[in-house]
Design a binder for this molecule. Sequence first.
Ligand code: THU
Length: 133
Amino acid sequence: MISKNFEKLFKEAIKVRERAYVPYSKFKVGVAFLTEDNSVVVGCNVENAAYPQSQCAEASAIGSLISEGFSSIKEVVVIGSGKLLCSPCGGCRQRLREFASLDVHIHMCNSKGHLQTSTLGELLPNSFGPENL
Ligand code: THU
């Protein structure tokens, strides 16, 4: 078993991934967070004709996390497209760092299932976070 919450998060991330707005890359990403009270918050990527204005799935999910009144992330599932690992991009690792501790597990998946789990600290070593200010 990957974790007791994995199946629940995977199911929600698969669902929201289908809502991704990706006319340019065609690369759908779905993300599900487990919040501080074991609720689930999701997000998908939303692209834009002005390409740099596109938003990653993690950023969408963080927007929902805060908008829905939650404040922290205990576990993450990211589901990309294709066979290879979809690990959070550099910017999203830093975005996650604001709301997740370094020991939070990030389960990277494709639509068929789990590929790899890393902690946020492994993905973002020697990071700069709120306590550094
Ligand atoms: N993307 C995400 O949403 N999250 C990631 O962690 C990696 C990349 C999106 C951005 C863009 O819409 C598409 O995947 C291709 O880069």
